[in-house]
Each structure stands twice: as C-alpha cells, then as structure tokens.
Write a protein that binds this ligand. Structure first.
Ligand code: PLP
Length: 498
C-alpha cells in the first residue's frame, strides 16, 4: 500500500494510530530501536503513566532511557519551562552567559563531589551524552598529551565513533579493554569480592607490565553502575582501587554518570556510594529535566583546552537548563536519592522472591531504582554441566548447588542467557500495560528504570504486572520463538509472591 493511501492522523483514532505506526516503520531507518519492541503511540503522559493513541494506559519503567528522574511532565519542570517562555528570554544563545544558565550551573555545582564543587570547570557540550563522552576523551588527551584510553568490558558510552570504540560492543585501536567485575557471569569464575579483587589485579598488572603496551594512558572511563551492560553495580572497593591505581599513575579517571546520575542509584551521583572523586564526570539524561542537555565537569588542572577546542551550535538550550535546574533542585530538596535507595531495596527483595519461584531467572540485581532481572535457560543447565565435566572441572562459585539457584546444578556456573525469554517477558509486560527495557551483554536482562517519584503503590503495581508477565512467559506450554522447552514455576502461586 502506498503511504498516501494510509489513514491520516485525522481518520478514526484506531485507524490514525495504525497509520502512524505504519508510516513510522515505512519511513524511519532500519536502525530504529525502542519503536520495534514498543509499538505504541504516546499522546499524553504524567508521572509514571503514558497514554497511547489507542486509549491504553501504560506504566512507564523506561523513563526515556533513564532521563526522566521526575517522570513525565512533572509540575516543577513544566513551571520552569513556562517561566522561561513567559519571560521573553532567548531560547537559543550558543554558549553565552544567561541568568538561566547561571542558575543551572549553581544548582549542579551544589550537588557535585566536594573537590569538583570547589574548583571544577564545566563544559557545555552538544546535547547528547555521547558528545559529552567525546569531549571528555578530547580533554584528557589534550591535558595528558597521551592517546590511549582504558575502558571496560560491557561498557556503553554512546554511538559516536570514539564513544562507541570505548563501549563493550565496539573496538578501537586506541582503547584497551579491562574486565568489569560482576558476580553472576564473573569472567574469573569467582564472583563476589574475590572476582573484584582479580579484576583489579588484572588491571594493575597491565598498567605495571613494561611490555603490556598500555602503560601510559590518557584516561580511564568507567560507569559506576553499568546500565546497558546489564545493570551491574561496580563493587565499591573495586572502584576505590581503580581510583588509587589511576591516581598513582596520573591517569585521569572519567566517571560516566550519564545514566546513573541525579539520584537514580540511591546516591545523588553513583560515585558517592564508594566516595570516589573522579577527575572528570560526564553528565546528561536527567540533568536536562527531560530535555536534551549534556556537560562534562572536571578538575581545574585538566583545563588545557584552547578557545573553541570543543565548540557546537546547540550548547545553550535555555529550556533544558531551566528544566534541569528544577529537576536537580527537586531531587536534592526532597531527598529522592535516599527514597530511590530504600524503595529499590524493597523492590529487589520482592524480585528475589520471584527469582526463587522461577528457575528461568538467573539473578536479580541493581542499585536504587536501576534494576535488572537476568533471564536464563535452566533447561540447558545439564548440557553446560556436561561441558564443564568434560573440560575436567567446574567453576568454583556455588559448586554443589541444587537446581533453581540460578546456577548450573552441581557445577555452580551461570546458566546460559535467554534473550528469547527476556524478549517474551517484555512483550507480556507490554500486554499488561507495563513498559520495560531490555539490556545486558546477551540482551537477556529485563530492566526497570522507574521515575524517582514512583509511589509505593505504583511500585507494587509494576511488580504485580511484571510477576504476571513472568508467569505467562515462563508457564508450561508457552512457546518462545527459538526456545524449545519453557521452564516451570517452582511452586504454585509463584506469579504473585508476597
Ligand atoms: N553513557 C551512558 C552510561 C549511557 O547510558 C548512554 C546512553 O544510554 C550514553 C553514554 C550516551 O548517551 P546518548 O544516548 O544521549 O548519546
């Protein structure tokens, strides 16, 4: 059918809705992402709730990929935007000084780690997180006169060339990849503190080995909690060790807080959990209060740039600065980071009960309101177990564990990832009016990023719908494409754990 023959937006609501989706899939690039798994047409939104053109209401736990700290259209954000519009202030001013920008900068600096707050510098970047990542790389290269970067397995820093090269899925001649510690799929088969110790040891030996080829690096970039990598909080001791190792070698430490910032993980900035003070912080998403804004803040001593070294037309978005300042202030004054920590803990407890009920859940984990549920294939546990035995041993962690612990029975290693099951859970969630995201190395992690303003009752409703979706996706007989034998709830009533 030709696009012009399709129902126009003025047609009946149902036809208009179908037409919009059809035109999108016909005209937008094959690279479109969220729109594929979430075929909805949002027309109104408030807080946690989105209303679609189909008249259905959805609980939004994607929150604009973590950028809506206060949910959709929060009154303080709308008020801040309106007051700029009503004031007659220019909306676009390149990098000129304005009262709106000054207020944003003041508010941001009031939240920063002590050293950066006292004498840090800020660079307003083009408005995507990935541009701020590029700016951070340029800055440390200019300041150190070195070229190479240290980055971590599973990282995600954006889609421009340099940011992509530093991300786990990318590659770049100037990037050295180091192990990011994680419990469940620990690269050393150890997990816990021992896994983190070994990961740090590996980094230290590379930096000290005269023949490793990576001794003099321009910087190390790290996410304090890997988001796209599968919701992996960095162990606090490990992050402190990264700080020690880099400080001792004069390697600037760059904390990518694009996704973790503004209270999301239960501290205003996620580096606050470990007390680490980075040399550079990359900030975007929630700092714009739902509008595009990205900055880096860094130690004064690194400010080796010449005028115009990192320019860009759209670095003066006044509406985003006003919305961002209002968001930062609201999160700070209402203690929303603490609220995220407490509510996140309760949600993880309930999800832990769900994981005990379903052997297709390998692990639940998170920090604050950044939560992940990893889906696995318990049916293939025996196969993996056999492979381990053939190889003459089994991973040490959890050896001797019975079935249903998220680990290979007896052997103790992680079960094979199940992207198909995670995708099925995401679709079952959508059918129940719940929007969730997928992530992780194998796309097998269902992610929750609710707004920090979510109420206890809303959190319960989210978990009810999610538990129901897991029950549907994992029930006997439910067919998941490419997935032969679904697992079963371990006990009756598993769909609604207490
Ligand atoms: N860094 C991190 C940690 C992110 O999660 C993202 C996006 O998800 C980016 C950088 C890139 O931000 P943007 O998509 O705005 O370019």
């Amino acid at each position: 059918m030709a696009l012009t023959q399709l129902p126009s937006p003025a047609a009946s609501p149902a036809a208009a809705y179908e037409g919009i989706l059809w035109r999108q899939s016909s005209r937008e690039s094959a690279a479109r992402t969220y729109a594929r798994s979430l075929p909805i047409v949002p027309v109104r939104a408030r807080g946690l709730t989105i209303e679609g053109a189909d008249g259905r209401r959805y609980l939004d736990c994607l929150s604009g990929a973590g950028s809506l700290a206060l949910g959709h259209n929060h009154p303080v954000v709308l008020e801040a935007i309106r007051s700029v519009l009503d004031s007659g202030a220019p909306l676009h001013v390149l990098d000129l000084a304005t009262p709106v920008k000054d207020a944003f900068t003041e508010e941001l600096f009031a939240t920063l780690p002590r050293g950066l707050a006292a004498s840090g510098r800020i660079q307003f970047c083009s408005p995507a997180g990935t541009d701020a990542v590029e700016a951070a790389f340029k800055l440390v290269r200019t300041a150190t006169g070195r070229d190479g970067l240290l980055a971590f397995t599973g990282a995600y820093h954006g889609m421009t060339e340099g940011a992509l090269a530093a991300s786990g899925g990318g590659s770049g001649a100037r990037v050295t990849r180091l192990p990011y510690p994680q419990d469940y799929r620990c690269p050393f088969g150890a997990g816990g503190e021992e896994g983190a110790r070994l990961a740090a040891r590996w980094t230290e030996s590379l930096l000290d080995d005269p023949k490793s080829g990576v001794r003099r690096q321009a910087g190390m970039i790290v996410e304090p909690v890997q988001g796209e990598g599968g919701v992996l909080p960095a162990p606090e001791g490990w992050l402190r060790r990264m700080r020690e190792l880099t400080a001792a070698r004069s390697i600037p430490l760059i904390a990518d807080e694009v996704q973790t910032g503004v209270g999301r993980t239960g501290a205003f900035w996620a580096v606050g959990h470990s007390g680490v003070e980075p040399d550079v912080m990359v900030l975007s998403k929630a700092i714009g209060g739902s509008l595009p804004l990205a900055v880096i803040v860094y130690r004064d001593a690194l400010d080796a740039w010449q005028p115009g070294d990192h320019a860009g037309t759209f670095r003066g978005n006044q509406l985003a600065m006003a919305a961002g300042a209002a968001t930062l202030r609201y999160v700070r004054e209402n203690g929303l980071a603490g609220r995220a920590a407490a509510l996140g803990r309760r949600m993880l407890e309930r999800l832990g009960a769900l994981a005990e009920a379903y052997d297709c859940i390998g692990e639940v984990r998170g920090a604050g309101l950044m939560i992940g549920i990893e889906f696995v294939e318990p049916e293939r546990g025996a196969e993996v177990c056999g492979r381990a035995a053939e190889a003459g041993g089994a991973p040490a962690t959890g050896a001797g564990l019975p079935a249903g612990t998220g680990r290979v029975p007896g052997a103790g290693g992680p079960l094979p990832a199940s992207p198909a099951r995670a995708a099925a859970v995401q679709q079952e969630c959508l059918r129940r009016g719940l929007i969730v995201e997928l992530g992780g190395r194998h796309s097998c992690v269902v992610r929750l990023l609710p707004p920090l303003t979510i109420t206890d009752e809303q959190a319960e409703a989210v978990l009810d719908r999610l538990a129901d979706a897991v029950a549907a996706a994992c029930r006997p007989g439910s067919r998941i494409p490419g997935f032969p034998a679904p697992s079963t709830p371990k006990e009756a009533g598993a769909a609604s754990p207490a």
